[in-house]
Design a binder for this molecule. Structure first.
Ligand code: ADP
Length: 609
C-alpha cells in the first residue's frame, strides 16, 4: 500500500518535472529563436528602409535642378518656341535615362505640360492639363510639393516631387515621378512580407497585393472617414489589425486578425520621419514554432532520461541496500544459529559427560555385580571346594602317618614315595587356591586382551571340577583349536562357569546327565555353546532368564544374577548371548563373540600402535 502510494507520488513528480522541463526548454528555444530572428530582421527592416530612401533620394534633387536650369526657365518664359521646347524635351529624356527616372516633366503656370521625357511616346504627357493635380497646386502654393498618388492606368502608387520655377513670378513647375514597382517586385520575389504605410496609416506599398490601400491599425487609430484621402482607390477590405501575442523589445509576436490561416509573425516596424511613412515587416514564426516544438521534445527527452538515470541509480542503491541488509540478516542468522549450535553443543557435551558418568557408575555397578556373581559362584562352590581340599588334606594326613612308620622302619624309599605323593597333593591344593584367588580377585577394567577360548574352557572346568566329579555328570568337549577372542580371561571363565553351573543344576535329576561344551568359528565369529540334557527352560521363562534376579531355584541356591552378569560381560566383549531348548531335550546357551587373530597379531598391533 505504502509502496503503491510512493510509486504514484514518484510517477506524478516525474510527469510534473517532465512537463516543467518541456515548458522551460520550449520557452528557451523560442526565446533564443526569436532573439536571433529579431536581430536579423532589424537589419532587414533597415535594408528595406534604405532601399526606399535611396529610391527617393536618388531622384529627389531632379525637380530642384530643373527649376534652376536656364533652358527650363527659357522654355517656360517663351513656351511658344518649338525649337527650344524640342531641345528641352530631348534634354529631359537624356537626364531621365541617365538618372533612371520613370517620368520627368515641366508644367507651365497654367497647368499644361510644356516638356516631358516621354515626348516621343504616343501617350506622351506633353500638352496634358494637370492643373488640378495636388502636387501642382501645392507646388504653386508652397514652392515645393511631394505627393503620393495612384496612377489610374497601372493602379500603382507613384510619388511625385514638384518644384516651382520662379523668376520671381511663377514660371512653371518641374516634376519627377518616382515608382516603387521594382522594390515591390523584389520583396515579392524574396518572399518578404513588407508593408509601407503613409502618414495616415494606409498601406501604399505591399509585398502582398491583398494588403494594399488598407488601413493598418498597428500605426494609429483609423482616420476620420472625412479625412480619408481620395488619392488611393477604395481598399475594399477591412483595416488590417494584429492580435498581439507577445510584446518584445524591438517588435512583437502577432497574428493577423481575421486571417484565414493562424500563422503568427514577428512584427517589426521602422519610421521614415522625413516622409512621414512607416515600414512594417512581418516574419513568419513557423521556424520558431518548430524550434519551440523541438525544444519541448528535447527538454522532455532530457528530463525523461534524467529521471530514468535517477530511477536506475535509485534501483541500484536499493538493490545494494537490500543485498547489504540480506547479508546482515544472514550474518545475524548465522550468529544466532552458531549460538544455538554452541548451546546445543554445550548441552550435548554436558549430556555426554552425564552419560559418561552414568556409564562409569554403570560399569562400577556392573563390576560390583560381577564381583557379587563371582562370590556367589564361590559360595555355591564352597562345599565342593571344602571337600576338594579336605580330601587331599586327609590323604596328606594318612600319608604323613604312614611316612612316620616308614621313617621308623627306615624304609626311606617308601618315605620318599610318600613325600612325593604329599608334594603332589599340596601342589594340587596350591593350584586350586591359586585359581580361586585369581577368580575371586576384583577385576580391574583395563585394556582387553586376546583370550584363548580353549584355555578359558579349561579354567572354568577346573574350578567346577569337584562339583562335576561329585555329581557324576559326563562332560563332553568339542573344541576347535586356536580360537581367540578379545576380552578378559577371568571374565570369560566366569561366563563359562555360570553356564556350566546352570547346566549342572538343570541335569541334577536326570538319569544320564551330560553337559557338552562346543566351540566353533564361522564368518569371523566364534560360537561357544554349553548344552545339557536337563529339564530345559520353560517357554514362559525363556524371555526373562537374562533379567537380573530372575531365578527358578530355591532360596540359597540361586540368586538370579548368573545369566544377567553373563549377558553384560558378553555384550562388553561385543558379542551376544542366546538360549534355546534343544529338540531332544535340555537347553543350549550360546555365546557369540567376534573372532580375534590371536596373541601374535595382537602384540604386533600393540607394538605398532
Ligand atoms: P540362578 O542360576 O541363580 O537361578 P541364573 O541367572 O544363572 O540364576 O539363571 C536364571 C534361571 O535360568 C535359572 O533359575 C533357570 O530357571 C534358568 N536356566 C539357566 N540355565 C538353564 C539351563 N541350562 N537349563 C534350564 N534352565 C536354565
Amino acid at each position: 500500500m505504502l509502496l503503491n502510494t510512493r510509486t504514484a507520488v514518484f510517477g506524478v513528480a516525474a510527469l510534473a518535472s517532465i512537463a516543467l522541463s518541456m515548458f522551460l526548454t520550449q520557452r528557451i528555444w523560442r526565446e533564443n529563436g526569436l532573439r536571433a530572428l529579431e536581430a536579423i530582421n532589424e537589419q532587414r527592416v533597415q535594408l528595406v528602409a534604405n532601399a526606399v530612401r535611396s529610391e527617393i533620394s536618388r531622384q529627389d534633387h531632379l525637380p530642384v535642378v530643373l527649376s534652376l536650369d536656364a533652358e527650363v526657365r527659357a522654355v517656360l518664359a517663351a513656351p511658344g518656341d518649338p525649337v527650344r521646347r524640342d531641345r528641352l524635351n530631348r534634354k529631359l529624356q537624356h537626364v531621365s535615362r541617365e538618372a533612371d527616372t520613370r517620368a520627368l516633366y515641366v508644367i507651365g503656370p497654367d497647368g499644361v505640360v510644356v516638356a516631358s521625357d516621354d515626348w516621343q511616346l504616343p501617350d506622351a504627357l506633353v500638352g496634358r492639363e494637370l492643373s488640378h493635380r495636388p502636387y501642382f497646386t501645392k507646388a504653386v502654393e508652397a514652392g515645393r510639393a511631394s505627393y503620393l498618388g495612384v496612377e489610374p492606368a497601372s493602379n500603382q502608387v507613384r510619388y511625385f516631387l514638384a518644384e516651382a520655377v520662379r523668376d520671381p513670378s511663377l514660371l512653371g513647375v518641374a516634376v519627377v515621378r518616382i515608382e516603387f514597382d521594382a522594390l515591390e517586385a523584389a520583396w515579392q520575389q524574396a518572399g518578404e512580407r513588407v508593408l509601407v504605410t503613409d502618414q495616415n496609416g494606409i498601406v501604399f506599398l505591399a509585398s502582398d497585393p491583398e494588403f494594399k490601400y488598407r488601413f493598418l491599425g498597428a500605426v494609429r487609430e483609423p482616420a476620420d472617414p472625412a479625412e480619408e484621402t481620395t488619392q488611393y482607390p477604395p481598399a475594399g477590405a477591412a483595416p488590417i489589425s494584429f492580435d498581439v501575442l507577445e510584446r518584445r523589445g524591438s517588435g512583437s509576436a502577432v497574428r493577423i486578425r481575421g486571417a484565414a490561416d493562424r500563422t503568427s509573425y514577428l512584427y517589426q516596424s521602422m519610421a521614415l520621419p522625413q516622409y512621414g511613412w512607416t515600414i512594417h515587416r512581418l516574419t513568419d514564426l513557423q521556424a520558431i514554432d518548430a524550434d519551440q516544438r523541438d525544444g519541448a521534445i528535447i527538454g522532455g527527452a532530457l528530463s525523461a532520461l534524467f529521471i530514468s538515470l535517477l530511477l536506475y541509480l535509485l534501483q541500484r542503491h536499493r538493490a545494494y541496500a537490500d543485498a547489504r541488509e540480506a547479508g546482515a540478516r544472514l550474518q545475524r542468522q548465522v550468529a544466532e544459529r552458531t549460538r544455538e549450535l554452541q548451546e546445543a553443543n554445550t548441552t550435548l557435551q554436558s549430556e555426554i559427560d552425564e552419560r559418561r558418568r552414568t556409564e562409569e557408575r554403570l560399569r562400577a555397578a556392573q563390576n560390583e555385580l560381577v564381583q557379587a556373581g563371582k562370590l556367589a559362584a564361590l559360595g555355591q562352590m564352597s562345599a565342593a571346594l571344602a571337600h576338594e581340599i579336605n580330601q587331599p588334606l586327609a590323604a596328606i594326613r594318612t600319608f604323613m602317618a604312614s611316612t612316620k612308620i616308614f621313617v621308623q622302619r627306615g624304609e626311606m624309599k617308601q618315605v620318599s614315595g610318600n613325600l612325593d605323593l604329599i608334594g603332589g597333593l599340596a601342589d594340587r591344593m596350591a593350584k586350586i587356591t591359586a585359581h580361586l584367588k585369581m577368580f575371586a580377585r576384583r577385576s580391574e577394567p583395563g585394556r582387553p586382551e586376546p583370550v584363548l577360548v580353549e584355555r578359558a574352557v579349561e579354567g572354568a572346568l577346573f574350578l567346577i571340577e569337584s562339583q562335576t566329579k561329585n555329581s557324576g555328570v559326563r562332560i563332553e568337549q568339542e573344541l576347535e583349536p586356536d580360537l581367540w577372542v578379545l576380552g578378559y580371561a577371568v571374565q570369560l571363565e566366569q561366563v563359562l562357569l555360570n553356564l556350566v553351573q546352570n547346566a549342572l543344576d538343570a541335569v541334577e535329576a536326570v538319569a544320564d546327565p551330560c553337559i557338552r561344551i562346543q566351540t566353533r568359528s564361522s564368518g569371523g565369529r566364534v560360537a561357544i555353546t554349553v548344552s545339557d540334557n536337563g529339564h530345559g527352560i520353560p517357554a514362559e521363562h525363556i524371555a526373562r532368564i537374562f533379567d537380573p534376579f530372575f531365578t527358578t531355584k530355591s532360596v540359597g541356591k540361586g540368586l538370579g544374577l548368573g545369566l544377567s552378569i553373563t549377558y553384560g560381560i558378553v555384550q562388553d566383549f561385543g558379542g551376544q548371548l542366546s538360549a534355546v531348548n534343544r529338540p531332544e531335550g535340555g537347553a543350549a546357551l550360546t555365546i557369540e563373540l567376534p573372532r580375534h587373530a590371536g596373541q601374535a597379531a595382537f602384540r604386533k598391533k600393540v607394538l605398532h600402535a
